[in-house]
Design a protein around this ligand. Structure first.
Ligand SMILES: Nc1nc2c(ncn2[C@@H]2O[C@H](COP(=O)(O)OP(=O)(O)OP(=O)(O)O)[C@@H](O)[C@H]2O)c(=O)[nH]1
Ligand SMILES: [Mg+2]
Length: 203
């Protein structure tokens, strides 16, 4: 099992020419504004100020790149990977022009990042599937980009309801139950499941 031993913010970028040049395996985090993308990155890296957590939705309008050093003590392996924090999508206050900018930026990233190994699409475990999440998943399916869904804020529903909620979400999103990982950045739930998903795609 890998664990993250060090993490650094590398840079923010909009255009491919400005992406960091490294070729490490990369994983990206997408989802509606406020769903908990930055908080999840902070939980995974155990650095609570790494990805800025905003209380104002829709603040992040750029791609934020992070360099991650991982280690597997048992297998005596170590290496690097990168995380990309996407700006949130789907906020009503954001005008059409902004939404279009977002779409173009994500489109370029998906097309021009060969080291991209997978995308985590985050959804709030308390809400039913959003049309914007369906559009995102459709974009990934069309391009054959490996992805999983992360149901965030699992601490906000009773533990006994988690399984049924995941089943219901899976049905709505046309996925199998095991393609959805429940997490809580507040209560440190799901950390190992997410790391295992990365590990399986690292080599
Ligand atoms: N209870 C609980 N709150 C959470 C969890 N994850 C995130 N939050 C809260 O949800 C709010 C939004 O979290 P962010 O991590 O900033 O969300 P984001 O998806 O990065 O938002 P944008 O960058 O605006 O797209 C913050 O107030 C967090 O504290 C969680 O697992 N449990
Ligand atoms: Mg964020």
């Amino acid at each position: 099992m890998i664990r993250i031993v060090e993490s650094f913010y590398v840079k923010s970028a909009v255009e491919p020419a400005d992406y960091p040049a490294s070729a490490y395996a990369e994983f990206a985090f997408a989802g509606r504004s406020n769903v908990g993308k930055s908080s999840l990155i902070n939980m995974l890296t155990n650095k609570h100020l790494l990805a800025k957590i905003s209380r104002t939705p829709g603040k992040t309008r750029v791609l934020n790149f992070f360099l991650i050093r991982w280690k597997d003590d048992k297998a005596q392996q170590q290496g690097f990977m990168q995380f990309t924090d996407f700006p949130g999508y789907g906020f009503a206050e954001v005008g059409l022009a902004e939404q279009e900018k977002w779409r173009v930026m994500i489109d370029k990233y998906l097309n021009m990042r060969p080291q991209l190994k997978g995308i985590c699409v985050l959804v709030d475990i308390r809400h039913s599937a959003d049309p914007k999440d369906k559009v995102m998943l459709e974009m990934l399916r069309k391009r054959n980009i490996d992805h999983c869904v992360i149901a965030t804020k699992a601490d906000k529903i009773p533990k006994t309801k988690v399984k049924a909620t995941i089943q219901s979400l899976a049905k709505q999103l046309n996925l199998q139950d095991k393609e959805i990982i429940a997490t809580s950045s507040e209560k440190n739930i799901g950390l190992e499941d997410v790391l295992a998903w990365f590990e399986a795609r690292l080599t």
